[in-house]
Design a protein around this ligand. Structure first.
Ligand code: FE2
Ligand code: FE2
Length: 358
């Protein structure tokens, strides 16, 4: 074990400094360009064996400040994909060609300025689908088995029917504007349950002074995944003031209701999300059917280029289309469906079977 200069500094300045340095170390970790360099530097400064696979290093403030300055200048090529770091699972299945970091750094943000890392640079590990996997997604339904299941299913059916009616989705032609409105609005809602559930379990762990059973990372991953669906669809839509107000109202109501429900009955909430995801798979399947109609108003998504954020996030081929994006989103929704039905069937003190990125 090596006791380095930085550690002596930490000891001198106490626990608060230790906390700051640990945070800095974690942020610097993703900024180190060369993994070998990362490991070499880590070994000089670490308290763990480099063979442990969980190496943390302590960065000095100059290094951190230099990296912050680089990011402010828009030099995001030094930000590594978290999945490439040694402590994350490397994806074994890839649907397409990985976008090199140099290519990603050429991207511009949504406002057209090269002043910050592109969207999707900082993401949690998440499943990467193969072409075969995205094409074999099916609309499925889990039969309710108990009163809680039936209540969850009825609630989802009621929400779906009400939303289809109020949003006018049931009437008229389903064109691009209608689809983008629906996708953007529903994804702002879909990102809520994972975050609320993760926060609830996190708080429970703190309050009861006991471990979580490994659920939190999966729930946070789901929340981020839904937010990436939203950010992808927003590349094609400029939200109106009315749309923004609807989103704020819906978020206020849904966060409150879902939070209260999670305290009362977490099983109901995960079953509710499981059924909500069943509906999401149906919706995106319908979207694909519309895209595949030879003379339909959505046929241009067969050839329209996928936004850069989607190519980066799902590691898609550079020539992917909007149809490919919808296929990837549908596969994500099918994944949330099985994850939430699984979590609903577990006791809340049972271990989560899904590892990070699975
Ligand atoms: Fe989604
Ligand atoms: Fe989902």
């Amino acid at each position: 074990m090596v006791v380095c200069g930085t550690i002596r500094q930490v000891t001198r300045h106490g626990p608060a400094f230790m906390s700051i340095m640990t945070t800095r170390a974690m942020s610097t970790q993703v900024m180190t360009k060369d993994p070998c360099l990362f490991l070499r530097v880590s070994c000089n400064n670490c308290l763990l064996s480099p063979l442990s696979g969980q190496v943390r290093r302590l960065a000095d403030s100059k290094e951190v400040n230099d990296n912050v300055e680089k990011l402010r200048r828009g030099e995001s090529e030094s930000v590594r994909n978290p999945e490439d770091l040694p402590h994350f699972r490397l994806p074994t299945i890839q649907s397409g060609t990985e976008v090199p970091a140099e290519e990603a750094s050429k991207d511009v943000n949504s406002s057209g300025k090269k002043d910050m890392p592109p969207i999707g640079t900082y993401v949690l590990p998440h499943p990467i689908w193969t072409e075969e996997q995205v094409n074999e997604v099916k609309v499925t339904h889990k039969e309710p088995e108990c009163l809680v299941d039936r209540l969850a299913y009825r609630t989802v059916r009621l929400f779906r029917g009400g939303f289809d009616l109020l949003s006018g989705f049931k009437f008229g032609t389903r064109n691009e504007k209608k689809w983008l409105n629906r996708i953007c609005f529903l994804e702002t809602v879909a990102g809520v349950p994972g975050m609320v559930a993760a926060m609830m379990r996190h708080m429970t762990s703190l309050r009861r002074l006991q471990r979580d059973q490994g659920w939190i990372h999966t729930l946070l991953e789901e929340a981020e995944n839904e937010r990436m669906h939203l950010l992808t669809a927003l590349q094609l839509k400029e939200p109106s003031t009315f749309f923004r107000l609807c989103v704020i109202g819906a978020q206020g109501v849904f966060v409150t209701m879902f939070g209260i429900s999670y305290v009362i009955n977490a099983k109901f909430c995960h079953r509710f999300v499981g059924y909500l995801e069943e509906e999401a798979v149906k919706t995106y399947t319908k979207c694909l059917e519309d895209i595949d109609q030879p003379d339909g108003p959505m046929k241009h998504w067969q050839t329209q280029a996928a936004p850069d954020v989607a190519i980066r996030y799902w590691k898609m081929k550079p020539d992917s289309t909007m149809r490919d994006v919808i296929l990837a989103i549908r596969a994500d929704e099918a994944h949330h469906r099985i994850v939430n039905h699984s979590l609903a069937s577990l006791r809340k003190d049972e271990f989560n079977p899904y590892k990070p990125g699975q």
